[in-house]
Write a protein that binds this ligand. Structure first.
Ligand SMILES: Nc1ncnc2c1ncn2[C@@H]1O[C@H](COP(=O)(O)OP(=O)(O)OP(=O)(O)O)[C@@H](O)[C@H]1O
Ligand SMILES: [Mg+2]
Length: 351
C-alpha cells in the first residue's frame, strides 16, 4: 500500500529511477559481453592456450569483469532501494505535517466552540438575571400600586364619606326647618338629597373598585359572588359559580379577586360568550381557581397589541408562589387555571 501511495505522490520519479537502473545494468551487461567477445577474439588470434601465463591473465581479466558486472547490478539495486526509502520518509513527513495542521485546525475550532459556548452561557445568565430583576420590579410595582389604591380608597371613604354624610344630615335638618313653608325649596332639597345619594353610591363603587373592602368584611367567596353577579347583570351572560371557602393570605385573596376581575373584563370585551364558569376549591395543600368561558377564544401564539391584563395576572400569581395556565384556541373558548399555595398546611387546618 505505501508503494502505491509513493507512486501516487511522485508518479515520475519511480519509473525514471527504475529506467535509469535498468539502463545502468544494461550498459554494464553490454560492456561486459563486449569485453568477453574482445578477449575471445584476441584469444583466437594468439596462442594463449600454449602460454600458461597469458591463460592466467585472461582468467583474472574475466574474473574482474564478472566482479564489475555484479558490483554495478548490486549498486543499482541499492540505489533504487535507497531512493524508495528516502521517498517513503518524505511521504511520512508530509503526512505528519498534514496531521499536525489538521490537529491544529481541530483544536482551533474546539477553542472557538468553547468560547462561543461560554459567551452563550454568560448571555443566558445575564438574560435570566435581567428577567428576574424585571419580575421583582413588576411585583414591587404591583404591590406599591395595590397599597396606593388601598390608601386612596381609605381616604375617599373617610374624608369624602364624612363630607357627604354631613351634607346629607344638613339637608335633612333644612328639610325639617322648611317643612310646610316653602314647597319649591323643599322640591329642590329633595333633588339635592337624591344627587347626594348618587354621589355616595358612586363613591362606594370607586372605593370598592380601588380596594374591595368586601374582601375584609365579607370574605373572598362572597366578594367573588358579588363580582360574578355584577358581571352577569351588566353583560347578560350567566356565570355558574362553584366557590368553596379556601385558606389564603390577604395578598393571595386580592390576587384571586384581581385575576377574576380582569378575566371577567376580558370576557365582556372579547369573548362573546354565552356562559361563564367560575370555580374556587382547595385540593390538598393547594388552592385551585378556574375561570372558563365558551366564547370565541384566541390564538395565544399571536402577540396581542396590549397584553398587560394576562401578563399582570401571571406576575401577580408568581408573586404568590403560584402558577397559571391559559388554555384557549380560536373558536374553543378560554380557560384560565391558577394554582396557589394554601395559607397553611392541611394537617394544621384539620387539627
Ligand atoms: N376570554 C377571552 N376571549 C377571547 N379573547 C381573549 C380573552 N381574554 C383575552 N383575550 C385576548 O387576549 C388579548 C390579551 O388580553 P389582555 O387582557 O392581556 O390585554 P387587553 O385586554 O387587550 O388589554 P389590557 O388588559 O391591558 O387593558 C386580548 O387583546 C384578546 O385578544
Ligand atoms: Mg385585559
Amino acid at each position: 500500500m505505501p508503494f502505491f501511495k509513493l507512486f501516487a505522490q511522485r508518479p515520475l520519479v519511480l519509473p525514471l529511477a527504475l529506467a535509469a537502473t535498468v539502463a545502468m545494468v544494461a550498459i554494464s551487461e553490454v560492456a561486459h559481453w563486449q569485453s568477453i567477445q574482445t578477449l575471445q577474439a584476441m584469444a583466437s588470434g594468439t596462442a594463449w592456450s600454449s602460454q600458461p601465463s597469458l591463460q592466467e591473465q585472461r582468467e583474472s581479466l574475466l574474473h574482474t569483469l564478472m566482479l564489475g558486472r555484479i558490483g554495478v547490478a548490486v549498486l543499482s539495486v541499492i540505489c533504487l532501494l535507497a531512493l524508495v526509502v528516502v521517498l517513503r520518509q518524505g511521504l511520512a513527513l508530509q503526512q505528519r505535517q498534514l496531521a499536525q495542521q489538521l490537529g491544529a485546525q481541530v483544536a482551533d475550532h474546539r477553542v472557538r466552540q468553547l468560547a462561543n459556548q461560554k459567551a452563550q452561557r454568560q448571555l443566558e445568565a445575564e438574560v435570566a438575571q435581567r428577567t428576574l430583576q424585571l419580575t421583582e420590579l413588576t411585583q414591587h410595582l404591583q404591590t406599591a400600586r395595590d397599597d396606593e389604591r388601598g390608601r386612596l380608597a381609605r381616604e375617599l371613604h373617610d374624608e369624602l364619606g364624612a363630607l357627604l354624610t354631613s351634607a346629607k344630615l344638613d339637608a335633612a335638618r333644612i328639610r325639617l326647618r322648611l317643612a310646610g313653608t316653602a314647597p319649591e325649596a323643599l322640591e329642590r332639597l329633595a333633588h339635592l338629597t337624591q344627587s347626594l345619594d348618587q354621589v355616595i353610591a358612586f363613591k362606594r363603587r370607586i372605593t370598592e373598585d380601588l380596594s374591595p373592602s368586601s374582601l375584609v368584611h365579607l370574605g373572598l367567596v362572597a366578594t367573588l359572588e358579588i363580582l360574578a353577579g355584577d358581571f352577569a347583570k351588566t353583560s347578560g351572560t350567566p356565570v355558574h359559580c362553584s366557590l368553596q371557602e379556601v385558606p389564603l393570605t390577604p395578598a393571595a385573596e386580592l390576587t384571586v379577586y384581581r385575576l377574576v376581575q380582569e378575566a371577567m373584563t376580558n370576557i365582556s370585551k372579547y369573548a362573546q360568550a354565552s356562559q361563564v364558569w367560575l370555580s374556587l376549591a382547595r385540593v390538598g395543600e393547594q388552592v385551585q381557581l378556574q375561570v372558563r368561558d365558551d366564547g370565541v377564544g384566541f390564538d395565544p401564539g399571536v402577540p396581542a397589541r396590549s397584553a398587560h391584563g394576562l401578563l399582570g395576572m401571571r406576575y401577580r400569581v408568581q408573586a404568590e408562589q403560584g402558577g397559571m395556565v391559559l388554555s384557549t384556541a380560536p373558536g374553543g373558548g378560554t380557560q384560565i387555571d391558577v394554582v396557589l399555595p394554601a395559607a397553611w398546611p392541611l394537617h394544621q387546618a384539620a387539627a
